[in-house]
Write a protein of this length. Structure first.
Ligand SMILES: [Zn+2]
Length: 255
């Protein structure tokens, strides 16, 4: 059985430092892990870790919580270069709930717009954090003309109305351990077709006090999706693995 965690904060504790022992564990369990970055320096780290460890896939990004100003042309150039080298872009997005300073929202929108343009030019997939900002995110998708199949909405917690819109456009959704108890997150199982589902841990986030780690994809996420669709783990993990290959555009045989 092959497992992919499409969204995990590998460049930070407890996965870094000490990544080697994690990589060994993931290798034993056939788990590949996409390393999400919160900022530029973590993006550099993510690239380095992916070169060093076979189970790690490089994600490049600046989290919306960290976007507090305008970015310079040089910074966009640096991000673009790193994104070209990496496999996916993340974590990026919009957050109008946990970020309460309204004056930062235009910076978030401007940053995400430029990142969507870069992703479109490089044809790189993105793992998107979108909280209470779905209308503006939809506008940016239309404005930039980004292919919706390059987008994965991570830990979706929005309304049914918006989930239907993103589904009809062909976006992916990554499901995490919150699916066990969160009614909002369970909506993803109800509305998203199986061929658009991905899996994630969002490690090191805590789920009811328990630190998220990639093995939770196997222990919690897949069993919950399987229960919903009455599918065995083997069949389901094959489906999710195929979806991930399609989304990430990588051939795991070469890894
Ligand atoms: Zn995250």
């Amino acid at each position: 059985m092959k497992i992919i965690d499409i969204h995990c904060h590998v460049p930070r504790s407890p996965f870094f430092p000490g990544t080697e022992k994690w990589n060994e564990k993931w290798k034993r369990k056939n788990i590949w892990v996409c390393g999400m970055a919160m900022n530029i320096s973590q993006s550099e780290k993510s690239l380095k870790l992916a070169k060093e460890y076979k189970q790690i896939i490089a994600g490049i990004g600046v989290h919306p919580w960290k976007v507090k100003r305008e970015y310079t042309t040089e910074e966009y150039e640096q991000i673009k270069q790193m994104a070209e080298e990496g496999t996916l872009i993340g974590e990026v997005g919009l957050d109008y709930r946990f970020v309460q300073k309204v004056e930062r929202y235009p910076y978030q929108r401007e940053f995400l717009k430029n990142i969507l343009i870069i992703a479109g030019e490089l044809s790189k997939p993105l793992s998107i954090h979108c909280v209470d900002a779905h209308d503006d995110f939809l506008k940016l998708i239309r404005e930039t003309g980004i292919d919706p199949a390059l987008i994965s909405l991570h830990w979706y917690s929005g309304s049914e109305e918006f989930i239907k819109k993103f589904v009809s456009m062909g976006c992916y959704f990554s499901v995490n351990p919150a699916v066990e108890y969160s009614k909002a997150h369970q909506k993803v199982l109800e509305h998203v077709p199986l061929d658009r589902l991905l899996t994630e841990s969002d490690g090191n986030v805590k789920y009811q006090g328990k630190v998220g780690v990639p093995t939770m994809v196997l222990e919690t996420v897949l069993p919950n999706i399987g229960k919903f669709h009455s599918m065995g783990l083997e069949e389901l993990s094959n489906q999710i693995f195929d979806n991930s290959k399609e989304f990430l555009k990588i051939n795991f045989k070469n890894l």
